[in-house]
Design a protein around this ligand. Structure first.
Ligand SMILES: [Zn+2]
Length: 327
Protein backbone atom coordinates (compact mmCIF):
# COMPACT_ATOMS: atom_id res chain seq x y z
CA UNK A 1 0.00 0.00 0.00
CA UNK A 2 1.57 3.29 -1.03
CA UNK A 3 0.94 6.88 -0.16
CA UNK A 4 -2.25 7.98 -1.85
CA UNK A 5 -2.11 11.15 -3.87
CA UNK A 6 -4.75 13.25 -5.46
CA UNK A 7 -5.17 16.71 -6.86
CA UNK A 8 -1.88 16.91 -8.70
CA UNK A 9 -0.34 15.80 -11.95
CA UNK A 10 3.13 16.10 -10.55
CA UNK A 11 5.20 12.95 -10.32
CA UNK A 12 5.43 11.83 -6.73
CA UNK A 13 6.61 8.33 -7.44
CA UNK A 14 9.38 8.65 -4.89
CA UNK A 15 6.81 9.01 -2.13
CA UNK A 16 5.08 5.86 -3.21
CA UNK A 17 8.07 3.75 -2.29
CA UNK A 18 7.75 4.69 1.36
CA UNK A 19 4.85 3.10 3.14
CA UNK A 20 3.88 2.36 6.67
CA UNK A 21 4.04 -1.29 5.66
CA UNK A 22 7.79 -0.83 5.81
CA UNK A 23 7.57 0.00 9.46
CA UNK A 24 4.66 -2.16 10.62
CA UNK A 25 4.68 -5.93 10.53
CA UNK A 26 2.97 -7.47 7.53
CA UNK A 27 -0.02 -8.55 9.57
CA UNK A 28 -0.46 -5.37 11.58
CA UNK A 29 -3.45 -3.18 10.94
CA UNK A 30 -2.60 0.13 9.35
CA UNK A 31 -5.29 2.61 10.24
CA UNK A 32 -5.17 6.07 8.75
CA UNK A 33 -2.68 5.45 5.97
CA UNK A 34 -1.28 8.95 5.35
CA UNK A 35 -2.50 10.83 2.30
CA UNK A 36 0.00 13.29 0.79
CA UNK A 37 -2.23 15.97 -0.69
CA UNK A 38 -0.56 18.65 -2.86
CA UNK A 39 -2.02 22.11 -2.23
CA UNK A 40 0.27 24.03 -4.59
CA UNK A 41 3.61 23.50 -6.31
CA UNK A 42 5.30 23.97 -2.93
CA UNK A 43 2.81 23.02 -0.23
CA UNK A 44 1.61 19.55 0.66
CA UNK A 45 -0.77 18.47 3.40
CA UNK A 46 -0.11 15.11 5.10
CA UNK A 47 -3.54 13.88 6.14
CA UNK A 48 -4.11 10.96 8.50
CA UNK A 49 -7.83 10.48 8.10
CA UNK A 50 -10.36 10.41 9.54
CA UNK A 51 -8.30 12.03 12.31
CA UNK A 52 -8.74 11.58 16.01
CA UNK A 53 -6.67 10.71 19.05
CA UNK A 54 -3.03 10.96 17.94
CA UNK A 55 -3.97 10.81 14.25
CA UNK A 56 -3.10 14.34 13.21
CA UNK A 57 -2.41 16.27 10.05
CA UNK A 58 0.99 17.68 9.16
CA UNK A 59 2.54 18.99 5.95
CA UNK A 60 5.50 20.65 4.32
CA UNK A 61 6.48 23.58 2.14
CA UNK A 62 9.43 23.18 -0.19
CA UNK A 63 11.78 26.02 -1.13
CA UNK A 64 14.98 26.05 -3.14
CA UNK A 65 17.09 26.24 0.02
CA UNK A 66 15.00 24.69 2.78
CA UNK A 67 11.93 22.57 3.40
CA UNK A 68 9.60 23.68 6.17
CA UNK A 69 7.86 20.79 7.89
CA UNK A 70 4.68 21.71 9.73
CA UNK A 71 4.30 19.36 12.69
CA UNK A 72 5.34 15.74 13.06
CA UNK A 73 3.37 12.66 14.12
CA UNK A 74 2.62 10.65 17.25
CA UNK A 75 4.79 7.59 16.73
CA UNK A 76 8.32 7.01 15.57
CA UNK A 77 7.08 5.07 12.53
CA UNK A 78 4.60 7.70 11.43
CA UNK A 79 7.04 10.56 11.95
CA UNK A 80 9.80 8.71 10.09
CA UNK A 81 7.38 8.14 7.23
CA UNK A 82 6.46 11.84 7.16
CA UNK A 83 10.05 13.02 7.38
CA UNK A 84 11.18 10.74 4.56
CA UNK A 85 8.34 11.97 2.36
CA UNK A 86 9.19 15.61 3.07
CA UNK A 87 12.87 14.98 2.38
CA UNK A 88 12.00 13.25 -0.89
CA UNK A 89 9.80 16.18 -1.95
CA UNK A 90 12.66 18.68 -1.67
CA UNK A 91 15.88 18.70 -3.64
CA UNK A 92 18.46 16.19 -2.45
CA UNK A 93 20.09 17.31 0.77
CA UNK A 94 17.80 20.28 1.35
CA UNK A 95 17.80 21.02 5.08
CA UNK A 96 14.60 20.68 7.07
CA UNK A 97 13.13 23.07 9.59
CA UNK A 98 10.10 21.89 11.53
CA UNK A 99 7.54 24.34 12.92
CA UNK A 100 5.45 22.68 15.63
CA UNK A 101 1.97 24.20 15.95
CA UNK A 102 1.77 23.23 19.64
CA UNK A 103 3.15 20.84 22.23
CA UNK A 104 0.73 17.90 21.96
CA UNK A 105 2.51 14.67 21.23
CA UNK A 106 0.62 13.80 18.09
CA UNK A 107 2.11 16.92 16.52
CA UNK A 108 5.45 16.99 18.32
CA UNK A 109 6.67 13.46 19.04
CA UNK A 110 8.77 13.39 15.85
CA UNK A 111 10.70 16.55 16.68
CA UNK A 112 13.63 14.51 17.97
CA UNK A 113 13.83 12.69 14.65
CA UNK A 114 14.00 16.02 12.82
CA UNK A 115 16.86 17.14 15.04
CA UNK A 116 18.62 13.78 14.67
CA UNK A 117 18.43 14.23 10.89
CA UNK A 118 20.22 17.57 11.22
CA UNK A 119 17.12 19.75 11.07
CA UNK A 120 16.07 22.59 13.34
CA UNK A 121 12.82 22.80 15.30
CA UNK A 122 10.67 25.86 16.04
CA UNK A 123 7.73 26.29 18.42
CA UNK A 124 6.25 28.85 20.76
CA UNK A 125 8.25 29.35 23.94
CA UNK A 126 5.57 27.63 26.04
CA UNK A 127 5.31 24.69 23.68
CA UNK A 128 9.08 24.37 23.44
CA UNK A 129 9.42 24.19 27.22
CA UNK A 130 6.80 21.44 27.39
CA UNK A 131 8.10 19.40 24.46
CA UNK A 132 11.71 19.19 25.67
CA UNK A 133 10.50 17.58 28.93
CA UNK A 134 8.66 14.87 27.00
CA UNK A 135 7.68 12.62 25.50
CA UNK A 136 4.25 12.95 27.14
CA UNK A 137 2.22 9.80 26.44
CA UNK A 138 -0.29 9.86 29.37
CA UNK A 139 -0.43 6.09 30.09
CA UNK A 140 -3.22 6.67 32.62
CA UNK A 141 -5.43 7.87 29.75
CA UNK A 142 -4.18 5.93 26.71
CA UNK A 143 -2.84 2.49 25.98
CA UNK A 144 -0.48 2.31 23.03
CA UNK A 145 2.18 -0.21 22.01
CA UNK A 146 3.52 1.59 18.96
CA UNK A 147 5.12 4.83 20.22
CA UNK A 148 8.60 3.61 19.21
CA UNK A 149 11.60 5.74 20.13
CA UNK A 150 10.38 9.32 20.50
CA UNK A 151 12.82 11.30 22.66
CA UNK A 152 12.43 15.06 22.34
CA UNK A 153 15.15 17.22 20.78
CA UNK A 154 17.66 18.90 23.10
CA UNK A 155 16.79 22.32 21.78
CA UNK A 156 13.81 24.07 20.22
CA UNK A 157 13.98 27.65 18.96
CA UNK A 158 11.20 29.85 20.31
CA UNK A 159 9.01 31.82 17.93
CA UNK A 160 7.78 34.89 19.82
CA UNK A 161 6.66 37.15 16.98
CA UNK A 162 5.48 36.92 13.39
CA UNK A 163 8.36 35.34 11.51
CA UNK A 164 8.89 35.31 7.74
CA UNK A 165 10.93 32.25 6.82
CA UNK A 166 12.69 32.56 3.49
CA UNK A 167 12.84 29.02 2.12
CA UNK A 168 14.46 30.09 -1.16
CA UNK A 169 12.04 31.41 -3.77
CA UNK A 170 9.21 31.16 -1.29
CA UNK A 171 8.40 32.67 2.06
CA UNK A 172 6.34 31.03 4.78
CA UNK A 173 4.89 33.05 7.62
CA UNK A 174 4.79 31.72 11.18
CA UNK A 175 2.26 33.48 13.40
CA UNK A 176 2.12 32.86 17.15
CA UNK A 177 -1.53 32.73 18.22
CA UNK A 178 -2.15 35.84 20.35
CA UNK A 179 -4.44 34.17 22.91
CA UNK A 180 -4.53 31.03 25.03
CA UNK A 181 -6.58 28.92 22.59
CA UNK A 182 -6.27 25.14 22.00
CA UNK A 183 -3.19 25.37 24.24
CA UNK A 184 -1.30 28.23 25.79
CA UNK A 185 1.31 28.14 23.05
CA UNK A 186 -0.21 27.64 19.62
CA UNK A 187 1.11 28.90 16.30
CA UNK A 188 -0.09 28.75 12.69
CA UNK A 189 1.80 28.68 9.39
CA UNK A 190 0.52 30.75 6.49
CA UNK A 191 1.37 30.87 2.80
CA UNK A 192 -0.16 34.18 1.66
CA UNK A 193 0.35 33.68 -2.07
CA UNK A 194 -1.35 30.29 -2.05
CA UNK A 195 -3.79 31.31 0.72
CA UNK A 196 -2.99 28.11 2.60
CA UNK A 197 -3.20 28.13 6.38
CA UNK A 198 -1.92 25.28 8.55
CA UNK A 199 -3.99 25.87 11.67
CA UNK A 200 -2.74 23.15 14.00
CA UNK A 201 -5.48 22.27 16.46
CA UNK A 202 -7.25 25.62 16.24
CA UNK A 203 -9.40 23.70 13.76
CA UNK A 204 -10.74 20.17 13.93
CA UNK A 205 -12.64 18.86 10.91
CA UNK A 206 -15.16 16.10 11.56
CA UNK A 207 -13.48 15.41 14.89
CA UNK A 208 -14.59 16.68 18.30
CA UNK A 209 -12.29 19.55 19.33
CA UNK A 210 -10.32 19.10 22.54
CA UNK A 211 -9.92 21.94 25.05
CA UNK A 212 -8.29 20.05 27.93
CA UNK A 213 -5.35 22.48 28.02
CA UNK A 214 -7.20 25.30 26.34
CA UNK A 215 -9.37 28.31 26.97
CA UNK A 216 -12.81 28.43 25.37
CA UNK A 217 -13.01 32.23 25.30
CA UNK A 218 -9.39 32.50 24.18
CA UNK A 219 -9.99 29.95 21.44
CA UNK A 220 -12.98 31.95 20.19
CA UNK A 221 -10.82 35.09 20.17
CA UNK A 222 -8.18 33.15 18.22
CA UNK A 223 -10.79 32.20 15.62
CA UNK A 224 -11.72 35.89 15.25
CA UNK A 225 -8.03 36.56 14.70
CA UNK A 226 -7.81 33.63 12.25
CA UNK A 227 -10.70 35.13 10.28
CA UNK A 228 -8.46 38.10 9.37
CA UNK A 229 -6.29 35.82 7.19
CA UNK A 230 -7.27 35.52 3.55
CA UNK A 231 -7.54 31.74 3.31
CA UNK A 232 -8.58 29.41 0.49
CA UNK A 233 -7.51 26.17 2.18
CA UNK A 234 -7.42 25.46 5.90
CA UNK A 235 -5.31 22.48 6.90
CA UNK A 236 -6.88 21.53 10.23
CA UNK A 237 -5.00 19.75 12.97
CA UNK A 238 -7.25 16.72 12.51
CA UNK A 239 -9.63 15.62 9.78
CA UNK A 240 -10.18 16.58 6.13
CA UNK A 241 -9.13 19.86 4.55
CA UNK A 242 -11.55 22.75 4.84
CA UNK A 243 -11.94 24.75 1.62
CA UNK A 244 -15.39 26.16 2.42
CA UNK A 245 -14.97 27.46 5.95
CA UNK A 246 -17.33 24.75 7.16
CA UNK A 247 -14.98 23.34 9.79
CA UNK A 248 -14.11 26.85 10.91
CA UNK A 249 -17.79 27.69 11.43
CA UNK A 250 -18.48 24.36 13.13
CA UNK A 251 -15.69 24.76 15.68
CA UNK A 252 -16.75 28.33 16.42
CA UNK A 253 -20.37 27.23 16.87
CA UNK A 254 -19.33 24.40 19.18
CA UNK A 255 -17.18 26.62 21.39
CA UNK A 256 -19.99 29.15 21.68
CA UNK A 257 -22.39 26.33 22.59
CA UNK A 258 -20.03 25.14 25.34
CA UNK A 259 -20.07 28.56 26.98
CA UNK A 260 -23.85 28.86 26.73
CA UNK A 261 -24.41 25.29 27.97
CA UNK A 262 -22.70 25.90 31.32
CA UNK A 263 -23.67 29.52 31.74
CA UNK A 264 -26.84 29.23 33.79
CA UNK A 265 -25.99 26.96 36.65
CA UNK A 266 -23.30 26.27 39.21
CA UNK A 267 -23.91 22.55 38.91
CA UNK A 268 -24.61 21.61 35.31
CA UNK A 269 -26.05 18.21 34.43
CA UNK A 270 -22.93 17.19 32.58
CA UNK A 271 -24.14 13.76 31.37
CA UNK A 272 -27.26 15.36 29.87
CA UNK A 273 -25.17 18.05 28.19
CA UNK A 274 -22.80 15.41 26.82
CA UNK A 275 -25.75 13.58 25.31
CA UNK A 276 -26.99 16.84 23.84
CA UNK A 277 -23.61 17.48 22.23
CA UNK A 278 -23.52 13.96 20.78
CA UNK A 279 -26.95 14.61 19.26
CA UNK A 280 -26.02 17.99 17.78
CA UNK A 281 -22.67 16.82 16.36
CA UNK A 282 -23.40 13.11 15.69
CA UNK A 283 -20.74 12.69 13.00
CA UNK A 284 -17.78 13.93 15.01
CA UNK A 285 -15.24 11.34 16.10
CA UNK A 286 -14.04 11.12 19.72
CA UNK A 287 -17.31 12.27 21.27
CA UNK A 288 -15.96 11.41 24.73
CA UNK A 289 -14.18 14.78 24.56
CA UNK A 290 -17.47 16.56 25.24
CA UNK A 291 -17.06 15.43 28.87
CA UNK A 292 -13.76 17.31 29.02
CA UNK A 293 -14.77 20.38 27.08
CA UNK A 294 -17.93 21.05 29.10
CA UNK A 295 -15.96 20.90 32.34
CA UNK A 296 -13.26 23.18 30.95
CA UNK A 297 -15.95 25.68 29.91
CA UNK A 298 -17.60 25.46 33.32
CA UNK A 299 -14.37 25.97 35.26
CA UNK A 300 -13.44 28.86 33.01
CA UNK A 301 -16.83 30.53 33.38
CA UNK A 302 -16.53 30.24 37.19
CA UNK A 303 -12.86 31.32 37.06
CA UNK A 304 -12.00 28.15 38.92
CA UNK A 305 -9.06 25.83 38.24
CA UNK A 306 -9.99 22.72 36.29
CA UNK A 307 -10.23 19.55 38.39
CA UNK A 308 -8.07 17.52 36.02
CA UNK A 309 -8.53 14.18 37.77
CA UNK A 310 -12.32 14.49 37.87
CA UNK A 311 -12.41 15.71 34.28
CA UNK A 312 -10.34 12.85 32.90
CA UNK A 313 -12.29 10.43 35.09
CA UNK A 314 -15.54 11.65 33.57
CA UNK A 315 -14.19 11.12 30.07
CA UNK A 316 -12.85 7.65 30.84
CA UNK A 317 -16.20 6.62 32.33
CA UNK A 318 -17.74 7.21 28.90
CA UNK A 319 -15.03 5.13 27.20
CA UNK A 320 -15.06 2.35 29.80
CA UNK A 321 -11.41 2.90 30.74
CA UNK A 322 -8.16 3.99 29.11
CA UNK A 323 -8.49 4.68 25.42
CA UNK A 324 -6.68 2.15 23.22
CA UNK A 325 -4.75 3.95 20.50
CA UNK A 326 -4.41 2.34 17.09
CA UNK A 327 -1.62 4.44 15.75
ZN1 LIG B 1 -3.61 19.35 20.16
Amino acid sequence: MGVKLFGSDEPHHVLCRITLADTFSEDAAMPAEPVATPLSTAATAWLQLPGGWFLNNAGWITGNDRTLLIDTCATEARSRHLLEAAQAAGSTGTPITAALTHAHGDHAHGAGLVAAAGGSVLASATAAAEIVTGPHTYPEVFTCSTWGNIPPPDHIESVTEVTHLNLGGRTAEIHPVPTHAHTNGDLVVFLPREKVLFTGDLLFSGVTPLALQGSITGWLAALDWLATFEVATFVPGHGPLDTTGGAFAAVRGYLQWLLEAVNDTDQPDFPALEERARAVWPDWHDAERHAVNLRVAHAEARQQPLDLTATLGAMLRTTGGPIPLEV
